[in-house]
Design a protein around this ligand. Structure first.
Ligand SMILES: *[C@@H]1O[C@H](CO)[C@@H](O)[C@H](O)[C@H]1NC(C)=O
Ligand SMILES: *[C@@H]1O[C@H](CO)[C@@H](O)[C@H](O)[C@H]1NC(C)=O
Ligand SMILES: *[C@@H]1O[C@H](CO)[C@@H](O)[C@H](O)[C@H]1NC(C)=O
Length: 578
């Protein structure tokens, strides 16, 4: 029976679940040209399907104060009756952060070995693996291997993934310091917002027991467990000898509290779409004053069932030696006369119970319940990107990032990643705003993935779509009298004579359009017909649309009517009109 539970747990583990699509989420991928991620323990515990994620590309950069549309898909619903759900967005910037060059997992104490990808540093994990885990947590009937913070209900075997701390990963707000800075919490229960904002490590310090560094390095491999409260800390000794243990305050990040809002709705069994048929997004206005060359974005998706009150259930409900299942009281919930009857009928909170639904029939039905995952956190992270100070001429303007998501291949080949698209697909701005257009990609997608141009490569460009000839198949949006330039229904670009006339024929406009279409400079030679001679990364830079109107554009390489569509739209309104 134990064995069966184990097998079931690991089959379930491959189903999955949170994928950031912009900025491109890694799902632990580096540069493997296979369909599956090579090592899903490389940097963090995603619990996602190994087929998700995008290879690393040249790093993107975003300006301080610009708006980055963070876009994702979460598979098991959010803000829906079917689950309690939180989405937690964080970032961290640090000189040591890197994507790495090998797909192997970083070994102990390798902060300076840049071959390995690294987000959290070694010390974060070292503290985690030597710190007593929180004994008050609800574990249901999970048996945890040891007593340090590597072992949790969701990670009962204490598996290591990068330098991530499993206890920190599974719980938020976490009770110890963490390098992650909070951006936002999206929850179905906004009543918890005050709590999140007060407890965030952005604003509130944490305390930990810190022992002498040399002693720690000497003893950590022997699985020492350092206490997690002041009194035990001050008395902590190893082999009867004092190790300089001190109850130490870790100051808060000193940032504003995270934004806390209602999570956008999504349904389950459906990888992505929210209301209106688009992926859900969170517009992150990148804070001023945090410019750094090496940053990474982290997103977690935490879902809990309604079979018990998970926010108010603790270790007192864990399995004890007398009963098989945990002490979650199904007796009351189901109105059974006594515990014995409930147990006899299989109504016990444990892995895969067989329940007898009809009292008068001796027939049981098995439920697929995994107490390690009844309440579960998924995760994705970006590759390394840069946050850059604005140039002086852009000091006080609004900047929107316009990027490309997806990877080469058809839907079936890339799933649960996505095909190409512009993000945001429809961008609404005014004539004072700037749009920072930039994309990245990889030359190492699976070689047989469908697409045009050299196998395995991601390439993009942008050209204006031709104007309307016939009415669109289904009438599009009403644009309130704005000039509509180009049409989604078309698959030919406008030719340049027309574009210059429509956007305003300055040489600058012409130069920009040429740059977006032909990706020049720096490279503009050889075969550009399928953009093979360009690179996967391209930065058009910040642009202003001085004219009102609705601009429709496409990517000539990837757009292929009936196979794939890569088209986008920018709606520009006159800044003075509202
Ligand atoms: C997930 O939800 C549980 C309650 O079910 C909570 O204890 C935990 O802290 C949450 N974890 C995260 C990462 O939000
Ligand atoms: C180009 O502009 C001319 C004059 O405005 C117009 O008649 C023609 O339809 C345009 N062609 C395209 C392809 O948009
Ligand atoms: C669409 O894909 C099919 C293969 O499924 C291919 O034969 C066809 O040429 C593609 N069409 C375009 C326009 O790329």
């Amino acid at each position: 029976m134990k064995r069966l539970g184990f097998i079931l747990c690991c089959v379930v583990l491959t189903h999955g679940d949170l994928y950031i699509t912009n900025p491109r989420g890694s799902n632990n991928r580096l540069n493997g040209n296979g369909r599956e991620v090579r090592n899903n323990k490389r940097l963090f515990d995603s619990q996602n399907n190994n087929r998700g994620g995008y290879n690393v590309g040249d790093p993107m950069y975003y300006y301080e104060g610009s708006t980055l549309s963070i876009e994702w898909a979460n598979q098991h619903s959010c803000a829906d009756q079917n689950a309690n759900c939180e989405l937690i967005l964080q970032y961290m910037c640090d000189d040591k952060i890197r994507d790495g060059r090998t797909t192997r997992t970083i070994r102990d104490n390798q902060d300076r070995n840049t071959g390995f990808g690294m987000h959290e540093e070694w010390q974060h994990y070292l503290y985690c693996r030597t710190r007593r885990r929180n004994q008050g947590l609800f574990l249901a009937d999970q048996n945890l291997g040891r007593n340090d913070a590597r072992y949790t209900r969701q990670n009962a075997g204490g598996t290591k993934r990068g330098y991530e701390c499993p206890e920190e990963r599974d719980y938020y707000p976490y009770w110890h310091h963490s390098p992650w800075k909070d951006i936002a919490v999206l929850t179905n229960d906004v009543e918890r917002c005050d709590y999140y904002q007060q407890e965030s490590f952005n604003v509130k310090s944490r305390w930990s027991c810190v022992i002498d560094r040399n002693q720690l390095n000497r003893y950590y491999r022997r699985n020492i467990v350092i206490p997690d409260n002041k009194e035990d800390c001050e008395n902590f000794k190893i082999r009867g000898r004092s190790v300089g243990a001190q109850w130490t305050e870790f100051p808060a990040h000193g940032l504003p509290p995270p934004q806390c809002i209602k999570a956008p709705w999504s349904r389950d069994n459906h990888n992505g779409n929210g209301i209106g048929g688009n992926f859900n997004t969170y517009d992150w206005v990148i804070p001023e004053g945090i410019a750094h060359e090496k940053c990474v974005l982290r997103m977690r998706y935490n879902i809990s069932t309604n079979d018990y009150d998970s926010w108010n259930t603790d270790a007192s409900s864990n399995t004890d030696s007398d009963t098989d299942g945990s002490k979650i009281d199904l007796l009351k919930t189901f109105n059974f006369p006594d515990q014995e009857t409930a147990e006899a009928r299989g109504y016990v909170f444990q892995n895969n119970p067989d329940v007898e639904v009809f009292p008068d029939l001796d027939v049981k039905l098995a439920l697929a319940i995994n107490t390690a995952q009844f309440g579960r956190t998924f995760q994705d992270r970006s590759h390394v990107f840069e946050i850059r100070q604005r140039p002086a001429e852009l000091k006080d303007v609004t900047i929107h990032n316009l990027n490309v998501r997806g990877k080469r291949g058809n839907n079936q080949q890339v799933y649960p990643a996505v095909e190409y698209d512009f993000v945001p697909n429809t961008l609404e701005i005014n004539t004072n705003d700037f749009v920072h257009i930039q994309w990245t990609g990889s030359d190492r997608n699976p070689r047989n993935n469908a697409g045009n141009g050299r196998r395995g490569t991601d390439r993009n460009n942008m050209v204006m779509l031709k104007n309307k000839v016939y009415p669109e198949g289904t009438p599009g949006l009403a644009y309130g009298g704005l000039d509509v330039l180009g049409q989604y229904g078309a698959n030919y670009p406008m030719h340049l004579d027309n574009v210059t006339r429509l956007i305003g024929a300055s040489t600058e406009t012409r130069a920009v359009l040429q740059k977006m279409a032909l990706l020049a400079p720096p490279r503009y030679s050889g075969s550009m017909v399928l953009l093979d001679n360009a690179k996967a990364y391209y930065d058009v830079g910040p642009l202003q649309f001085a004219k009102e109107g609705v601009f429709h554009f496409m990517c000539t390489r990837n757009n292929a009517f009936t196979n794939r569509s890569q088209k986008g739209r920018i709606i520009v309104r006159d800044a003075s009109s509202k």
